[in-house]
Each structure stands twice: as C-alpha cells, then as structure tokens.
Design a protein around this ligand. Structure first.
Ligand code: BGC
Length: 649
C-alpha cells in the first residue's frame, strides 16, 4: 500500500526587511486519510561553538514566553552583553474554506485523502541593540501583525523586488561559460546576504553569517577582499563597513596604547567592542593545538583598513565621508606606524621588526615587505590627506588635530619617514625579499599537487618546520604587487610573481584569488584560470575541508576581483580607470556594471575590445579611461569602444 504525500514549501528571510522571515507549507495526503502532528514554536535550545575546549556554548536564557492575541512572543537575553532578543510569530492554517491560527506548540490535524492544508508562518525578530528594551515586545508584535495583514505573497514580492535591484547592479554575465556564470552568482549571492544594511554597527565575519568558523570575527578579509565588491556595486554598504571600523577607533587607540604605541592599531580579529579578540590558541592544519601570535604580530591590518578608506574614496569621491571619518583613520594609523618603527642608525632607514605578514608561516620576522610598503603607503596617503584638509578645511583640521592630539610638526615628518622605510629588496636577484633573511632560508621545491592541481606540503615539511623554508602560506609579496599596482613595473611583477608563486602553498582561501589576478596581469593565462576556478569552487567543492564552518568570505570577494581586476584587468592608477583585459580563451564576453564617481558604468569586455556606456543625454561629467594602453575621454550616452592593437576593422 502506498502512502504518498504532496509537500511543498517556500520560505525566505526578506531582503527588503531583515527583521522578517516567512514560510508557507502545503501538505496533501495522496493515498489515504492521515493525521499529522505539527510542532511549531521558537527553538530556544540553540547553542554555539565555543573556543577550542569550551565545546558547545549556550549564549542566552529565556526571559519571556507569551501569547499576544493570535501570536506568540518569546524573548531571550544573552549572558555576556545582556542583549535582549525578541521574536514573535503568527502561524495561520487554511484548510478548505476554514482559516484559523495556532498558538500551541504542538497540535494535530486530520486530513482526508486529497485534502490540502496550508500553513503560513511569518516571524519578526528585533534586538535591544536597536530598540529600547521597553518597546521591544511591542515592536515585535506590531511587526508580526503588520506582516500578517500584508500577507505572504506581498511580503515575498517586496523581497523579490529588492533582490531584483541587487542583481541588476551586481550580475556578471559571461558569454561562453554559462556554468561559471551560475557559480559566480552563488558567490555574489553570499556577499549580498551578509551585507550590513545599517550604519557602522556590524561588519562581515571571515565566514559570513553562514557558519561559526572564527566565531564571527572580522579580519582584513573584509576590507581587502570583500569591500571592493561593495565599493563598486553598493558603495553605501562599503561605507557601512568602514564606519564599523571608524566607530571602533577608540578601541584601536587603546589597543595601540596597551602595546606601547601611539595612534590606532586595529585588532587582528575584531568583534563588537573593537578590542582584539584573537584567540591565543588555535588548531593547526594537522589538527594539533598550537599557540598563535597573530594578535601581537599581525599588524598590517591597520594599513589595510586605511587602504580601504582610500579605495572607497577614490572610487566614489564621497568627500564628506573622507573628510569627517576617513582622515581620522588615516592620521591615527599613520601615527601608529611612526611609533611602531625603529630607526636603524647604521642604514639610516626605518624598520618594522617582529611582525607576521600575510604569510603566517613565518612569525616574528623583521621588515616584512608587505607590512613595510603598506605602512609607507599609509604615511603618504595620510600626508596628502593632511595637505588637502589644510587647503580646504582648515578649521576642521585644527579641531581634528586637537581631538586626536596630533601636532602639525609630527605630520610634516611623515613624508620624510615614508621615504626612508626599509624596502627589503635583493638587487642581485632583482627580487623583493619577503622579509629580512628570507632568501637565506631553505628552498624546498613543491612537486606534489592535489586533485585540483593545488600544491601539497612537500615530504618532511610540516606546519612545525615550514617556517625554516621559503615556502609561504599565501599571497604576500604577490598581494603587494596587486594592491600597490602602480609601484611596480610589469617586469618586476613578472619576476616576483614567478618566484613566489612557485613557493606558495595556498593554505588560505585568500591566496589563489590574488594569484589569479596577478597571473592574468603577467600573462599566465592558464594559471589565472586554474586559480580563478578553484577560488570560485572553494565552498562548493569544500576544498579546504572546512566549509561546514561557513562560507569563506574573502574568497567570495577575491573571486569577484579575479574576474573584474584579473580578467577584465581593471585598476585605478593615478585616479584614472585602467582596463587591460585578459579574458580566458573560451569566454567571448563578460558584461558587468560598476560605480565610478557619480556614475554607473556598463562595461562589456570582449577578447579584443571593450565597450563602456554611462550617463544619458544630460550628462556633462567627463570620465577618462585608459584601455589597452590608450587614454580616452568617454562620451556619455553612447557606447565608447576601445580596441586591442589594430583590431578595429
Ligand atoms: C589567513 C588570514 C585570514 C584568516 C581569516 C588565515 O588562515 O592566513 O590571512 O585573514 O585566515 O580568513
């Protein structure tokens, strides 16, 4: 005897209103009458992963469970920060022409053969972080009632409308590779759902909201890997991410002070308070528990955040943000670097000793090229922000300097200091030296690859002794070639990429996306595609074996950059947009949109041609673009075309 049922369900968290979720389930017994037991309530048994030895952790206790008319309300309070969370729902049932609400946690329902029941549940959730505890319950219940009145279809429609707007700006179409186009949407989707809509209260953790890896902590992954996606597609969200840092400048100042430095040192891992929450113990690749010193030593994050501030400003020209928020971050980070440096009397150079660069295989190194050069860049940009403020906003500058206790005489030294920061470089090899003494380390060739053609640890090399070798964990010098693109010639990029790529084990998801970009730029077409593809598939293939802990946020954004900055070859150099495309061979064209200054550019990149469209009949603004090496002034409201070499027919 058959016992079949028809079960259909639609459920969503609204993109239009993040406080709202809804589901609709329909159920029909197909072969005979049946009785169903339905459980519906608020599951308060949720626990979260604690640090290493803590096991599962309960973060809250129940403060109230109540009926409010036809709705249910529950609230819980978190142990640590005493945040009150209120959740309310309405569950309505429709069976034939009968409609009723259910407020008990369990109930039974009898259905005849072929009879359909439809459950519609909408829930609303708010916390005392936004709503005063006194009004929390009322806010939640009002929202539940409002949403119930609107009805499931209208709520879904509102969410879809917002999605459509998001996709209209972010979708990338690829002619010639529809499979990749689809997976790319998976990546973009995951960035869009973790985007903070509210100003400056939260940021994006290294595993987004999809898992508990790193316990939600925020790293440089956000500013260097994800933020560019938002800068070019939804600058408003990029600004929220930067405000999250701005609002935690006090904690960063405290962090610098407790370590004996001036200015602001942003924490390597950040959460709500902005203090450093990096654990001191962690699990290594082989599962063993090791002591880690990233909290003390991985300080490039301060320059990375300053870099993100400038990238946002360079693209959007949001001058108000730059003046009233950005400059303070730039000044405080510059001040930090100056206090962090040591002057070497012999060489007459400033040094930064005892750090970890992006390559975490080597700890306590001196003069990590990435850190030093980003610090140098930080000082130059802070200095130029100072001259800009001095010329345009003298009164504000004075106020700011008073607030952060910074003297103009100090600032005037920044440029000279920046010019004398040690840049580890071997003129014999014509290579950047990752850090002092790097070239003296054992050179161990990588021979074995895994099934995705990604390197494996060579025999006898373990996480314990890898620091004695030239093997690096992830893009470090290669990262520098990318971020400070104008600083290096193409030949320098080629030489350094070739050297370091051979020694990189890519044991971080931040690595292959960056390698893909520089591989594109330096003409390694096949490698560029291989790295891009693996980066794209990071979580769908679970290549790091830890996707259960959440989506790798940096790789989402890094993959996007591998397309836009890698294949489409987009860079900003001296305030001008550049394109030097290197499309994979089978791609005929890619099409995407991006913000640039006050406009949205629609860009189509072909193998040997680029089309750029912006503005309308009334547009007056002039945009300069350099593509395939030719600088041109774009015209609004027409398709501006650039050709590679003499391709134009
Ligand atoms: C990487 C860091 C990264 C962190 C979080 C580490 O394994 O080395 O660069 O910020 O993971 O994704």
């Amino acid at each position: 005897q058959k016992n079949r049922f028809d079960y259909q369900s639609v459920r969503f968290i609204s993109m239009n209103d993040k406080h709202l979720g809804a589901m609709k389930v329909s159920l029909t017994p197909l072969d005979s009458a049946a009785t169903f037991t339905i459980e519906s309530g608020v599951d308060s048994s949720v626990t979260n992963k604690g640090v290493l030895t803590e096991g599962r952790k309960k973060h809250f206790f129940i403060t109230e469970i109540a009926k409010a008319g036809n709705n249910i309300y529950a609230s819980v309070r978190t142990f640590q920060h005493s945040v009150l969370i209120g959740i309310g729902y309405n569950l309505s049932v429709s069976k034939g022409n009968k409609k009723f609400n259910i407020t008990t946690p369990v109930f039974k329902i009898k259905l005849k053969k072929g009879e359909t029941v439809i459950f519609t549940k909408t829930f609303s959730i708010y916390t005392s972080r936004r709503i005063s505890p006194r009004y929390l319950k009322r806010t939640v219940i009002d929202a539940v009632r409002r949403n119930k009145r609107k009805g499931f279809e209208r709520l879904l429609e509102a969410s879809s409308d917002t999605w459509n707007k998001r996709w209209a700006m972010t979708d990338i179409t690829i002619k010639g590779d529809e499979d990749i186009e689809r997976v790319l949407r998976f990546n973009i989707y995951h960035m869009l759902i973790c985007a903070p809509e509210r100003e400056g209260t939260v940021s994006i953790g290294a595993r987004t909201l999809s898992g508990e890896g790193y316990r939600g902590h925020i790293f440089w992954d956000t500013e260097i890997f994800i933020l560019p996606f938002f800068v070019y597609t939804f600058p408003r969200i990029a600004k929220n991410l930067l405000l999250y840092r701005y609002n935690r400048l006090d904690a960063a100042r405290k962090n610098a002070k407790t370590r004996g430095y001036k200015g602001a040192l942003f924490p390597w891992e950040s959460a709500d308070s902005g203090m450093d929450v990096t654990p001191t113990w962690a699990k290594d690749f082989d599962g063993s528990i090791i002591e880690i010193s990233t909290m003390e030593e991985e300080q490039h994050i301060s320059a990375d955040i300053a870099y993100a501030v400038c990238q946002y400003y360079d693209v959007t020209q949001d001058i108000d943000f730059f003046i009233y928020y950005g400059t303070e971050i730039l000044f405080e980070t510059a001040k930090f670097w100056v206090s962090r440096m040591e002057f070497n009397r012999k060489t007459k150079l400033y040094e930064i000793r005892g750090v970890i660069g992006p390559d975490e295989f080597h700890e306590s190194v001196n003069n990590n090229a990435y850190t030093n050069m980003m610090a140098e860049w930080n000082l130059f940009r802070a200095y130029s922000a100072y001259t800009m403020l001095k010329a345009k906003k003298g009164a504000f500058l004075k106020k700011l300097l008073r607030k952060i206790k910074l003297k103009e005489s100090e600032i005037r030294k920044w440029r000279r200091i920046a010019q004398h920061i040690k840049f580890p470089y071997s003129s014999k090899r014509k290579l950047i030296e990752a850090f002092d003494g790097y070239f003296k380390l054992k050179n161990v060739p990588i021979r074995a690859l895994d099934k995705n053609f990604m390197p494996l640890f060579p025999p006898h090399i373990t996480p314990r002794n890898v620091g004695e070798t030239q093997l690096v964990k992830q893009a470090d010098v290669v990262m520098l070639l990318y971020l400070l693109t104008g600083k290096f010639s193409l030949n320098e990029k080629k030489r350094n990429y070739s050297y370091y790529e051979k020694r990189t084990l890519h044991k971080s998801s931040l690595s292959i996306c960056t390698h893909s970009i520089i591989a594109s730029e330096t003409g390694h077409k096949e490698k560029a595609f291989l790295y891009f593809f693996n980066s794209l598939m990071t979580d769908l293939n679970n290549t790091h074996g830890n996707t259960a802990e959440g989506i790798h946020a940096a790789s989402l954004g890094g993959t996007w950059q591998a397309v836009i900055n890698g294949f489409a070859g987009m860079r900003i150099k001296k305030e001008t947009l550049h394109f030097d495309p290197n499309l994979p061979r089978r791609w005929q064209e890619i099409c995407f949109k991006m913000h640039w200054r006050k406009h949205i550019l629609r860009i189509t990149v072909f193998q040997n041609k680029i089309q750029i469209f912006y503005g309308d009949k009334r547009t007056k603004d002039v945009i300069f673009v350099k593509a395939f090496g030719v600088l041109e002034q774009l015209k609004p409201n027409i398709s501006n075309e650039f050709y590679k070499g003499d391709e134009k027919k």
